[in-house]
Write a protein that binds this ligand. Structure first.
Ligand SMILES: N[C@@H](CCC(=O)N[C@@H](CS)C(=O)NCC(=O)O)C(=O)O
Length: 213
C-alpha cells in the first residue's frame, strides 16, 4: 500500500497509525499540500493529503481511508462494533476533522510550524485570536468528554482517540499544551494517548522531520 502525504500532517498520521496498529505493510510517498505532483488529482481529487493506493483502489480523505482499512482489514479493530459506541466514535472523528482542524491545525500549527517551514511569516495575531476565542471552548468540550481512565470509546486506543490525539500532538508542535490544572482529565488523557507505542514511533519520526527542515 502507498500513502501519499507528509507524515507530520495530523490527517496523514491518522492513516499511518491505523496501518501500524493493524500491522499492515506500507510505503510513504512524500507529497506536500499546495505543491502536489502532476496528476495527483487522479488519486486525490481535491489535491489534499492523505491519499492511499491499495492495488487498484485509490482513495482520498483520512476518514474514508481509515474506514476502508477497517472494513478491508478488520483484524485489530479501530472502531467499536457496538452501534452506539461506533456512532460515538464517528462523532469524535468528525469533531477532530472539522473543529480541531480549524482550531489546532489551521489557526495554530499551520501558522506557527508549516508557514515557518515554507519560509512564510506567522500571523501571530490570528493565532492569538484563535487561542482566546476558539481554544477555550474546545478544551471545555474535551474536558467534559475525556474519561478519567482508558480511552474515549473503550479500554483501548481507537480511531476516535487517534483523530483527537493527532490534532493536539500538532498543537504541541506549535507550542500549545492543555493546562493540566484547568483541564485535568483531558491533559491526563492526552498523556495516555501519547504513551501509545504507535504514537511514540510517529512522534520520533516527526522530531526528525521538524529538526531536519
Ligand atoms: N478531510 C480531509 C482533509 C485533508 C486536509 O485538509 N489535508 C491538508 C493537510 S493536513 C491539505 O492537504 N491541505 C491542502 C489544501 O487544503 O489544499 C481529510 O480528512 O483527509
Amino acid at each position: 500500500m502507498k500513502v501519499y502525504g507528509a507524515t507530520i500532517s495530523p490527517m496523514v498520521r491518522k492513516v499511518l497509525m491505523a496501518l501500524e496498529i493493524k500491522g499492515l505493510d506500507y510505503q510513504v510517498e512524500f507529497v506536500i499540500p499546495f505543491n502536489t505532483p502532476e496528476g495527483f488529482e487522479k488519486i486525490s481529487p481535491l489535491k489534499k493529503i492523505p491519499a492511499l493506493v491499495d492495488g487498484d483502489v485509490s482513495l482520498a480523505d483520512s476518514t474514508v481511508i481509515c474506514e476502508y482499512l477497517e472494513d478491508r482489514y478488520p483484524e485489530t479493530p479501530l472502531y467499536p462494533s457496538d452501534p452506539v459506541l461506533k456512532a460515538k466514535a464517528r462523532w469524535f472523528e468528525e469533531y477532530a476533522d472539522t473543529v480541531l482542524m480549524k482550531v489546532t491545525a489551521e489557526g495554530l500549527y499551520f501558522e506557527r510550524v508549516v508557514k515557518k517551514l515554507m519560509g512564510m511569516e506567522t500571523d501571530e495575531e490570528k493565532v492569538q485570536k484563535n487561542l482566546k476565542k476558539n481554544m477555550p471552548k474546545t478544551l471545555d468540550y474535551m474536558e467534559s468528554v475525556s474519561p478519567a481512565e482508558g480511552f474515549l470509546v473503550g479500554d483501548s486506543l481507537m480511531m476516535a482517540d487517534i483523530a483527537i490525539g493527532s490534532s493536539f500532538i500538532n498543537a504541541g508542535y506549535a507550542g500549545f499544551e492543555p493546562d493540566s490544572s484547568k483541564y485535568p482529565n483531558f491533559a491526563a488523557y492526552m498523556q495516555r494517548i501519547k504513551a501509545h507505542p504507535a504514537f511514540q514511533v510517529r512522534m520520533k519520526e516527526d522530531a526528525k522531520f521538524i529538526n531536519k527542515e
